[in-house]
Write a protein that binds this ligand. Structure first.
Ligand code: FAD
Ligand code: NAD
Length: 475
């Protein structure tokens, strides 16, 4: 094995494997170190996103959405499916096969691009050397590789909550919650963030009575208030019992059930669950990386400190994705990976941090880009708002999906789009138009002048844009 590369990437998640592919496409010799083992103990690429994050959670969200549609909505279309039931093992098996196909696909992409996968865990040594410690049932001997440039993409892991230690039986984190073999009758979730409401939706649709305990008094605090209020109303109506201002103080179990005690505005309370999911955020993963010994600077929250261009304090050592500042999102990690590969190859790299879309895959979906109304007010910016409810969209009516709205916020003077916020059917796809418009520094007038096919959900974006200058046609 040649142990010298132009670029060595540590971590094969969406940040790392994408950086490695782009570096190789640019003519650099490249290796990617990844030590992930799947539940069968087999090495796997793809990181959190493919193995235990974006992909498996969306597979279960889609399966459970179909079940809800069949049970609750199909009859309205004149379709009767009496006695629909769930085979949970088959549903989980489908999710596992999707994960396997995609992670094996990444291995194929690395081979195609001549990126060498060094199976194992990487540890930084001085002078851009890295020790690789193979993992798995019969790991080989550790060895050392040298790099002109190192890209660290070691991702993140779930934040621990001392009063609710994960035992992977009764108390689980998001990974455990993706492979329950029975539908828990009573499911508790700590944290009403992205994971809490996505996985809460999955298990609630499949029949669990879900209670979500959220420490903050506000629901979805980072989201535009109007959209968050609509989301809260719809999710409560779907059966999620969301308790705000609930501070968990302890847990206990009798090996069959979990007891959770918490302080809430109504006083001290105790609830009993069959399973409890802890979803209170994620923290940067630098465990075993040898950051201290190598002199790599971390910030006070444990993220690897980087400049705007993802350079660390060590020469020619870069860091990207969840392990550095910014939103913990797969597409943000991947874009930073591409940009860093470009910079290493001497080309300009581009990441527009002001136009990173967020999507929460509940149904209806929640999506946004740019600033919220409350942020702009806080900054003293003058703006105008256009709003269009899906109830007024012909296509949404035809689909029977009339909940939610699209909201566009533009500068009063410039008309430039400062933020777009939506809750509604296929918001995950609709947000792309607003992101593109922001990338082109577009205005509501640009979208208003763009012809949208009829009847589509995208017409709601057009109407929201028209609404910024009080020109909506269908409300
Ligand atoms: P990761 O994907 O975490 O990959 C890091 C990799 O580095 C891992 O494979 C790890 O094994 C490896 N590694 C760590 N240390 C070492 C070492 N020393 N040596 C070798 N390898 C090492 N984001 C979205 O954008 N959309 C979603 O829908 C979405 N859904 C999610 C659902 C869940 C349940 C979770 C938990 C997360 C979700 N995310 C989603 C977040 C997304 O998964 C992360 O933002 C993304 O995976 C970050 O990519 P990354 O490459 O920075 O890190
Ligand atoms: P989060 O930050 O989205 O939400 C955590 C929630 O837990 C917050 O509302 C927080 O106030 C609450 N909380 C914190 N401590 C608490 C406590 N002691 N008791 C009760 N509540 C408490 O984090 P998450 O849901 O764990 O997800 C982690 C990250 O993974 C997300 O921020 C996101 O970056 C990524 N993710 C993205 C997607 C997506 O893009 N669709 C899906 C899942 C995860």
């Amino acid at each position: 094995m040649d142990n010298k590369y132009n670029v060595v990437v540590i971590g094969g998640g969406p940040g790392g494997y994408v950086a490695a592919i782009r570096a190789a496409q640019l003519g650099l010799t490249c290796a990617c170190i990844e030590g992930w083992l799947d539940p069968a103990g087999k090495p796997a690429l793809g990181g959190t996103c493919l193995n235990v994050g974006c992909i498996p959670s969306k597979a279960l969200l889609d399966s459970s959405h179909h079940y809800t549609f069949i049970r609750n909505e199909a009859a309205d279309h004149g379709i009767h499916v009496p006695g629909a039931t769930v085979d949970i093992n088959r549903m989980i098996g489908r999710k596992d096969r999707i994960v396997q196909t995609l992670t094996q696909g990444i291995a194929g992409l690395l081979r195609k691009n001549k990126v060498e996968w060094l199976q194992g865990r990487g540890r930084l040594l001085p002078d851009r050397r890295i020790e690789v410690m193979p993992t798995g049932a019969q790991p080989g001997e550790p060895y050392i590789v040298n790099a002109d440039h190192i890209i660290i993409a070691t991702g993140s892991v779930p934040t621990r909550l001392p009063p609710a230690p994960v035992d992977n039986e009764l108390i689980v984190d998001s990974t455990g919650a993706l492979c329950f073999r029975d539908v828990p009758r009573r499911l508790g979730i700590i944290g009403a963030g992205v994971i809490g409401i996505e996985l809460g939706s999955v298990w609630s649709r499949l029949g669990s009575k879900v209670v979500i305990l959220e420490a903050l008094d506000e629901f979805l605090a980072p989201v535009d208030r109007q959209i968050a209020a609509e989301a809260e109303k719809i999710l409560r109506k779907q059966g999620l019992d969301i308790q705000l201002g609930a501070k968990v103080t302890g847990t206990g179990s009798n090996n069959r059930e979990v007891f959770v005690t918490f302080d809430s505005p109504a006083g001290k309370q105790q609830v009993v669950f069959d399973k409890l999911i802890v979803a209170v955020g994620r923290r940067p993963n630098t465990e075993g990386l040898g950051a201290d010994e190598a002199g790599l600077k971390l910030d006070e929250r444990g993220f690897i400190q980087v400049d705007h261009d993802c350079r660390t304090n060590l020469p020619d050592v870069w860091a990207i994705g969840d392990v550095v500042r910014g939103p913990m999102l797969a597409h943000k990690a991947a874009e930073e990976g591409v940009a860093v590969a470009e910079r290493i190859a001497g080309r300009p790299g581009h990441v527009n941090y002001a136009a990173i879309p967020w999507v929460i895959y509940t149904w209806p979906e929640i999506a946004w880009v740019g600033k919220t109304e409350q942020e702009l007010k806080g900054e003293g910016v003058d703006f105008r708002v256009g709003l269009f409810p899906f109830a007024a969209s012909g296509r949404a009516r035809a689909m029977g999906e009339t909940g939610g709205m699209i909201k566009m916020i533009c500068g009063t003077e410039t008309d430039r789009i400062l933020g777009a916020h939506m809750i509604g059917p296929s918001a995950s796809e609709l947000i792309a138009e607003a992101v593109l418009a922001m990338e082109f520094e577009g205005s509501s007038t640009d979208i208003a002048l763009t012809i949208h096919a009829h009847p589509t959900l995208a017409e709601a974006t057009h109407e929201a844009a028209l609404g910024v200058s009080r020109r909506s046609l269908h409300i």
